[in-house]
Design a protein around this ligand. Sequence first.
Ligand SMILES: NC(=O)c1ccc[n+]([C@@H]2O[C@H](COP(=O)([O-])OP(=O)(O)OC[C@H]3O[C@@H](n4cnc5c(N)ncnc54)[C@H](OP(=O)(O)O)[C@@H]3O)[C@@H](O)[C@H]2O)c1
Length: 351
Amino acid sequence: MNRFNISFTVSNKSYRVGIVGATGAVGQELIALLQAHSFPLAELRPLASARSAGRSIDFGNKKIVVQEATGEAFAGLDLAFFAAGTSVTKVLAPEAVKHGCLAIDKSSAFRMDPHVPLVIPEINPDALRSHRGIIASPNCSTSVALMALYPLHRAFGLKRAFFSTYQSVSGTGADAVAELESQVQAYVAGRPLPREVYPHQIFQNLIPHIDAFGADGYTGEETKMRAESRKILGLPDLKISATCVRVPVVHAHSVSINAEFERPVSVEGARQAIAAFPGAELADEPAKNIYPTPLDYSRKERCGVGRIRLDTALDNGLALWVSGDNLWKGAALNAIQTAEKMIGMGLPLKA
Ligand SMILES: NC(=O)c1ccc[n+]([C@@H]2O[C@H](COP(=O)([O-])OP(=O)(O)OC[C@H]3O[C@@H](n4cnc5c(N)ncnc54)[C@H](OP(=O)(O)O)[C@@H]3O)[C@@H](O)[C@H]2O)c1
């Protein structure tokens, strides 16, 4: 029995795991995926802000009490998944490390820190070997885009890419999902539409604005897609231009990609590369209306790739479309796969 009086399967190879942000959109998916993956848990410790402390969350048929995330809350944990905001993580992840607890972080707090590995396990698992207690997981739109682009890079050698994203409201968090739903209800009831999360109404709309605008006119999300892709692919000079758009979809992000490669490309070669890559699923039979959609790739582990065709404006270019669950491969799933990969590679969790 652990401190919550709940019996998990405890063996030599089970882990004491915390989730910071357990009450949020990503935290809830982490809890569901830990169960679905039968992650070897000796203890699950849900952590959140003081507002949620004392609340219970469901874990299978058990209820576990949420604790306030303080430095002391990491005592005795082997591993903590961070699914809270950047400022919270900047303070608490180093506290976790001080307690000998590995932090796998979903926020942007440490992604570009040269001492912090930024990892997609199917792409750059060897980066995990150099961790110093914190491992970062990429932005949701970057993860989904790279599930399509990395196998093509391996096949043809990536030269440059253009991303246009179609990002769901769950990418903003639980509040934004509630806002879209309440706007739909208000519209149907003929009431004025409530608006708090986004600068514009999201129902019946598109908002080409994700994160703050920088001096160069790109948003933070667009800059993250460029910088994170470069770091994960190990291509520091890669040319990438992104336009990120919020759409009134609840789950799963989609990305339209136009990419130019070093070597000659073919549609068949691209399809084979995608089909052989573990993080992707080929969904590309246009004559049968088969291509990925966000609904089809919600709550799926693989990202769907389709609409693959020769790009008419680029040399050795391909145009394609990918949809993938921002809360799964874009967040919770990638974090859990990272922990599983470390365990599988026999890497120490302690820095
Ligand atoms: N949503 C996505 O698709 C996605 C994808 C990739 C990365 N991310 C990143 O993952 C993180 C979480 O995103 P989300 O969408 O799950 O957000 P969310 O739904 O708004 O949830 C935020 C979570 O953080 C907790 N929190 C807030 N202040 C805290 C504090 N002072 N101490 C401890 N916990 C605190 C909240 O707890 P309370 O309930 O107590 O307030 C809640 O559990 C963010 O960094 C986000 O950028 C999200």
